[in-house]
Design a protein around this ligand. Structure first.
Ligand code: NDP
Length: 244
């Protein structure tokens, strides 16, 4: 599927590594202008070398004030990918207040805040838009040691639906992608135990995890007009896991 995003400006959070980084590259290759937001400047420097002309923004999205300062004046954005997240792994009984607050501020509150900034701009300009929240299949099923993380993703399902309902009249669509394990830095951490990882993989009907490219393709589909009548919805990129 060849998509053309020429003339559009996209903003991707968590752009430094993994799924976010490849989303930036795919959007760039499809003609979009891209604002790449991440926390580690070295990642943005190397990404800017690969994609000359992108607009890097270095900020900790878990910090509300810093995010407002960095992105409050970001200007016109047509496509938004809320992708930044942390997976702080701990058994439920050992999760600290700090783990909980960090998980929610980065994974959920930043998606809320950045979407408000971007959607207000779309409405003021009177243009349509598309927002994709990068969630997870753990919005629907449990995983050991991921209580805080999974809860942020479960809440993201309702955030996606709420935004779709309230922003729909302005022709702004909002959807999520919900992947299984993807072997980025985060995915490797979550599936680090080889025995657990092997068993988990075998529980997937397709007997595999997802590739970064699979997730990026679903994000691009939801950003594009090919999904023009889809909003408040989610695409599972789960190798069939939820069917098993
Ligand atoms: P990575 O950990 O590989 O990359 C995450 C990126 O987000 C990094 O560039 C990181 O920057 C950035 N980021 C994290 N916290 C912040 C912050 N506070 N402010 C700004 N940027 C931040 O993760 P993935 O690419 O694997 O994950 C991307 C998305 O996909 C996430 O929403 C994740 O929940 C979801 N997902 C991932 C799965 C997997 O198995 N990998 C499975 C299902 C969903 P830095 O490294 O500098 O902190």
């Amino acid at each position: 599927m060849q998509l053309n995003f020429s003339g559009l400006r996209a903003l991707v959070t968590g752009a430094g590594k993994g799924i976010g980084r490849d989303t930036v590259k795919a959007l760039y290759a499809s003609g979009a202008r891209v604002v790449a937001v991440s926390r580690t400047n070295a990642d943005l420097v190397s990404l800017s070398k690969e994609c000359p002309g992108i607009e890097p923004v270095c900020v900790d999205l878990g910090d509300w004030k810093a995010t407002e300062k960095a992105l409050g004046g970001v200007g016109p954005v047509d496509l938004l990918v809320n992708n930044a997240a942390v997976a702080l792994m701990r058994p439920f009984l050992e999760v600290t207040k700090e783990d909980f607050d960090r998980s929610f501020s980065v994974n959920l509150r930043s998606a809320f805040q950045v979407s408000q900034i971007v959607a207000r701009g779309m409405i003021n300009r009177g243009v349509p838009g598309s927002i994709v929240n990068v969630s997870s299949m753990v919005a629907h099923v449990t995983f050991p040691n991921l209580a805080a993380y999974s809860t942020t993703k479960g809440a993201m399902t309702m955030l996606t639906k709420s935004m779709a309902m309230e922003l729909g009249p302005y022709k702004i669509r909002v959807n999520s992608v919900n992947p299984t394990v993807v072997l980025t830095a985060m995915g490797q951490k979550v599936s680090a135990d080889p025995e657990f990882s092997q068993k988990l993989k075998e529980r997937h009907p397709l007997r595999k995890f997802a590739e970064v490219e699979d997730v990026v393709n679903s994000i691009l589909f939801l950003l594009s007009d090919r999904s023009a009548s889809t909003s408040g919805s989610g695409i599972l990129v789960d190798a069939g896991y939820l069917a098993s």
